[in-house]
Write a protein that binds this ligand. Structure first.
Ligand code: ADP
Ligand code: MG
Length: 268
């Protein structure tokens, strides 16, 4: 069974998306829809499965719909059409309580902006993430310490974010996401703000961690090198739609169209 099953998922921004949805069914382009209806297509009928325990990379140029897609996956925003199932449960049918449970137990998110509170220590930052998830106070300290240790931040607990480098701060972001041991990790351009060398270190670390923790990771990036390094499979998006899904080898050897080929040609 797929860990995440996405069918025909569509997001049109705006209060009355119907005209845009109709035009999408007629295969009209995002540009044409915008000019005729004033509505922006964020995600266009995306269909894919994410397997349990894989690193599933979503790649595409800026504006191709990656962030919208990941926001739909944890229902920060609601779809205009289509379905998402997590472990076989339909996300759209869940009430707020179920949804909180899913976010608490199953999914965590890491963003590009580290989002740390400057006046809280590293430990307090991670504990706060657990507090938001309604984890009992008595469990927070231990979970936070364990997560910090996991990402190599033993000894940094009492420091403040601005005492740490960008790479270290993103480790805190990762620790915060891992603290409650979710089965799914959503990472939206999590390493994109880091210097190239530190970024490579973080990619290696994530892969090291993944070898033992076996999460299901949805990793968003606009960088093909990064996608190829860390992805078990890569999904390429363009204008909100899915252009190709395949292993790194498949994408390199057999790009689906000129758009993908152009990405691939830039790889050293
Ligand atoms: P990416 O993360 O790949 O850069 P996004 O998902 O952020 O792409 O954006 C996809 C498209 O949706 C873009 O055309 C963007 O302008 C549009 N978009 C994103 N969020 C909103 C919003 N809240 N309102 C209107 N349009 C949006
Ligand atoms: Mg984005």
């Amino acid at each position: 069974m797929a860990k995440i099953e996405v069918r025909n998922l569509t997001k049109v921004f705006g209060k009355r998306p119907k005209p845009a949805l109709d035009m999408l069914k007629e295969q009209k382009s995002k540009d044409e829809i915008l000019s005729k209806t004033g509505l922006t297509v964020g995600v266009n009928r995306a269909t894919f499965d994410v397997h349990d325990g894989e690193v599933f990379v979503i790649m595409g140029l800026s504006g191709s719909g990656k962030s919208t897609l990941v926001r739909l996956l944890n229902r920060l925003i609601d779809p205009s059409d289509g379905q998402i199932q997590i472990d076989g449960d339909d996300l759209a049918k869940m009430n707020d309580t179920d949804l909180r449970e899913v976010r608490r137990k199953k999914m965590s998110m890491v963003f590009q902006q580290f989002g740390l509170f400057p006046f809280r220590t590293i430990l307090q930052n991670v504990e706060y993430g657990l507090e938001v998830q309604n984890i009992d106070k008595s469990d927070r300290r231990e979970k936070a310490m364990k997560a910090l240790s996991l990402v190599g931040l033993d000894g940094y607990e009492e420091q403040y974010p601005d005492q740490l480098s960008g790479g270290m701060q993103q480790r805190v972001g990762l620790a915060r996401a891992l603290a409650n041991d979710p089965t799914i990790l959503l990472m939206d351009e999590a390493f994109s703000a880091l210097d190239p060398l530190i970024r490579k270190d973080m990619q290696d670390e994530l892969l090291d961690l993944q070898a033992s923790m076996k999460k299901t990771i949805v990793f968003i990036t606009h960088d093909l090198d990064e996608a190829l390094r860390i992805g078990d499979r890569i999904m390429i998006m363009k204008d909100g739609g899915v252009v190709q899904i395949g292993t790194p080898e498949e994408i390199l050897i057999n790009p689906a169209d000129d758009y993908v080929r152009r990405f691939v040609e830039d790889v050293d």
